[in-house]
Design a protein around this ligand. Structure first.
Ligand SMILES: C[S@@+](CC[C@H](N)C(=O)[O-])C[C@H]1O[C@@H](n2cnc3c(N)ncnc32)[C@H](O)[C@@H]1O
Length: 513
């Protein structure tokens, strides 16, 4: 890849194999200060930042994770330079978080009496915690050490840790925020530059400052491009492995957005962006109950153990309840069997449906979108998220009511039927086709529409999985091996979800009166 800079531009401009992406800092010549820029860093950060902004729609929920702070009043999002994409959110209801926080506070004490650990220490990071504690002017952890795991750096118990122990607390003054931008630089930034753009600028400045940067121990441990596996960085062959999944489309969309729109993102928001050194060395376990919580009063972020750990155990936290689709796009990894897997499916009113316009009109009038949907994808009236249905004989939890309603609408063949649906909606809660058709044949027809759509997707996924390796030249590439496995984790997870939904639909159809 070739990168150049446009030193005269009002923006940081990167040219990547003919395409151009820019981060407009709105200053006359930012290159004076941050030249030369690190293109991979910028692009990745942009990717990360887009995600942060979109996630903001989580209203009334606590958003937190290793590098993310959350409090009642503000949401602070951490940008771990890990692939510069490691931004995660955890969905917890506000009251849960407050309660958790109070109970955590009671147990807020360091465990300092246990025997020394046998953790697999990362010698290159031996000086990291002492350095960070010097900056913080406070103890950050005395039960954790930085070591090496299968998934890069990780934090390990260096002493016995009991569930409920506070294992780390990183004061805000040891976190990297855009507030640190040099005043003259900050003054020159226009209002259009939000926190994420500022953080990007700060990182570039710090990187450029080299050994003189106060953050050098942290900056020097930023992930290298070769370690980044977000689908944002996948090449065409690699993306082809997941072409049957909605992640493919979402990746293409996000890439385009990053390159084209990042500079125009209005960031008038309540986010505070920062990076939380040390805490963001923790790897993800989807089943962990530990998250990063922040206390604005005490001006620190902390993590409490959700279980007992022996010395040498890796200590994990949960970044969020994320499907493999989200993990691979936002974080660049997947889990072999992810309980949070889900599948995004899109259903349209066919172009050749004679009632198409009437159906679209009704959808527009009656459709109310689920506010609970905080998946990585943008909802539209024809996009639905299905989850694994635990029992084919149950109520079908995992299949959204909106999908079944949509299918009932699709199955209508006369204006009269549509008018009846509309009337019924008006008599109830206004939502269209939420009740099963009284006529079993019509209900069957509607559900067969979904079933046939899902069966088609199952076929596509199965074919995708069976496909031989894309290219011989990849056979030695570790990168390709990692990404191939990610693709398989994704597709197998989606297949599991879709098969469970198909089983339920088959059972439902067979048992209709
Ligand atoms: C917040 S960082 C954690 C620290 C990181 N391992 C390091 O080397 O600095 C998140 C990154 O760690 C890796 N990671 C975390 N949890 C993982 C898991 N359960 N499986 C695979 N990779 C994981 C991924 O590369 C992810 O992007």
């Amino acid at each position: 890849m070739d990168y150049q800079q446009d030193a005269s531009a009002e923006s940081i401009v990167l040219f990547q194999t003919g395409r151009q992406c820019s981060i407009n800092l709105g200053v006359s010549n930012p290159m004076k200060k941050i030249n030369p820029i690190q293109p991979d860093c910028v692009l990745a950060l942009a990717a990360c930042s887009r995600e942060i902004l979109r996630r903001r729609v989580v209203i009334g929920a606590v958003v937190a994770h290793a590098p993310v702070r959350s409090t009642k009043s503000t949401t602070r999002l951490g940008v771990r330079p890990e692939m510069l994409l490691c931004v995660a959110t955890v969905k917890l209801f506000g009251f849960q978080q407050r309660r958790t926080f109070r109970s955590l506070a009671k147990r807020f004490s360091f465990n300092g009496q246990e025997p020394q650990a046998q953790a697999p220490l990362d010698k290159e990071c031996a000086d990291f915690l002492p350095w960070l504690e010097r900056i913080a002017g406070a103890k950050i952890s005395n039960t954790l050490s930085i070591g090496k795991s299968t998934y890069g750096r990780a934090l390990f118990a260096s002493k016995v840790i009991n569930a409920g122990d506070c294992i780390l607390k990183v004061p805000f003054n040891a976190q990297i925020t855009p507030d640190e931008l040099p005043p003259d630089f900050r003054v020159s930034l226009t209002d259009e530059v939000g926190n994420i753009g500022k953080l990007a600028a700060l990182l570039m400045i710090e990187k450029q400052t080299g050994q003189n940067s106060r953050w050098v121990p942290y900056i020097s441990r930023l992930p290298q491009p070769a370690e980044m596996h977000s689908t944002i960085f996948w090449d065409e062959d690699e993306l082809n492995m997941i072409r049957c999944s909605a992640v493919h489309k979402e990746t293409v969309k996000q890439k385009a957005r990053i390159e084209k729109e990042f500079s125009h993102v209005a960031q008038r928001n309540v986010l505070t962006v920062e990076q939380i050194p040390f805490a963001d060395f923790m790897n993800h376990d989807g089943l962990s109950a530990s998250i990063v919580l922040s206390d604005e009063d005490k001006q620190l972020s902390e993590v409490t153990a959700d279980r007992n750990y022996s010395p040498g155990d890796e200590v994990l936290i949960r970044y969020g309840d994320f499907s493999n689709a989200t993990l691979m796009l936002d974080f660049g990894f997947t889990l072999p069997c992810n309980i949070h897997d889900e599948v995004q499916i899109q259903m349209d009113v066919p172009n050749d449906d004679p009632l198409r316009n009437m159906k679209l009109g009704l959808l527009q009038t009656h459709y109310t979108r689920s506010v609970k949907n905080i998946s990585i994808f943008h909802s539209s009236c024809d996009t639905f998220t299905i989850k694994e249905v635990k029992s084919a004989k149950g109520k079908g939890k995992g299949i959204p009511q909106s999908l079944r309603a949509f299918a009932r609408l699709l199955s209508c063949t006369s204006p009269q039927e549509l008018n009846d649906l509309s009337k019924e909606a008006a008599q109830n809660d206004g939502r269209l086709a939420r009740l099963p058709f009284k006529d079993g044949c019509r209900e069957l027809k509607a559900h067969k529409i979904i079933l046939s759509h899902i069966n088609k997707l199952i076929e596509d996924h199965s074919a995708c999985i069976k496909e031989p390796e894309a290219s011989n030249c990849h056979f030695v590439s570790q990168r390709y091996t990692v990404r191939r496995q990610m693709a398989r984790d994704l597709l197998f997870g989606e297949l599991r979800v879709m098969r469970s939904v198909a089983d339920w639909l088959n059972h439902y159809c067979t048992n209709l009166p």
